[in-house]
Design a protein around this ligand. Sequence first.
Ligand SMILES: Cc1cc2nc3c(=O)[nH]c(=O)nc-3n(C[C@H](O)[C@H](O)[C@H](O)COP(=O)(O)OP(=O)(O)OC[C@H]3O[C@@H](n4cnc5c(N)ncnc54)[C@H](O)[C@@H]3O)c2cc1C
Length: 261
Amino acid sequence: MDTPHIEAPRQMPPQAPGMGRRPGRLWSLEVVGAKDLNPRMRRVTLTGGDLDELTYKPGQDLVLQMPLPDGTTGRRHYTIRHFDPAAKLLDIDFVLHGDSPSGNWALAARPGDRIEAMGPRGRVVLNPEADWHLFTGDETCIPGILGMVEILPSYAHAWAFVEIADATDKQPVESKARLNFEWIERKGAPAGPSELMLNRVKAFTPPPGRGHAYLIGETSNVRAQRHDLMARGLAKEQIAAEGYWRPGRLGGHDHIEERPA
Ligand SMILES: Cc1cc2nc3c(=O)[nH]c(=O)nc-3n(C[C@H](O)[C@H](O)[C@H](O)COP(=O)(O)OP(=O)(O)OC[C@H]3O[C@@H](n4cnc5c(N)ncnc54)[C@H](O)[C@@H]3O)c2cc1C
């Protein structure tokens, strides 16, 4: 059954209850269509009356007010994969990681369904000043990493390592840059804390110049990679890191800082 269309205020007040620290604009979105990109990734296309006013940087996300089984809603972060302001269309790609509110919502999404979103937000965006770029993440980061490599200029030099379950998760990669893109398959291991990406990062030799690393994905994996790169001389200003999920956590995100000694 369609949910009723609730007219939302155009700007959330600061510290609005349940809406987090950063105020942002609220968007009332409507599903236009949905399709499977592969067995574990489903794209939902959304529209909104004022969506042509959205501005964002690839890598940024919206906080969706996801319907929960108990009838309330919970915050879930999802990256803006594509946006066409003229058509007022926005794509969000959902990883289907099991029985979860967001995956179930994406699987059931039908034209006319509605969802509220806030944002855009997020600091893991391209640093145009960097001499080289390193992107790492798991399948939840494919929308962000593909979005960022797509806007790299032709003179940019970049590496992207993306952890996936198996080859069926691969997607076409487009970039004008000198891009070394690697899909790293888990080969039957579950998603989550592991040394797979850490080992790949350890084998990466930063080229000369001042680079920028974009480390996203499961929180403990991101933290370990950040620690390794800082131990090898990268300054914290050269690393944008965010935990996208972790076992047992429902929605939200983790700021990644060095653990106290
Ligand atoms: C800035 C940002 C951008 C993001 N962009 C995307 C995106 O574009 N596409 C996308 O699919 N995800 C993205 N994520 C990750 C997504 O928000 C989380 O995976 C979220 O927890 C999914 O909500 P859910 O309702 O499916 O599961 P939840 O109700 O949050 O969690 C249910 C259970 O599933 C576990 N879980 C959550 N995610 C995963 C996973 N990926 N694999 C295995 N177990 C998991 C949880 O630990 C929990 O135990 C992003 C996260 C952040 C912070």
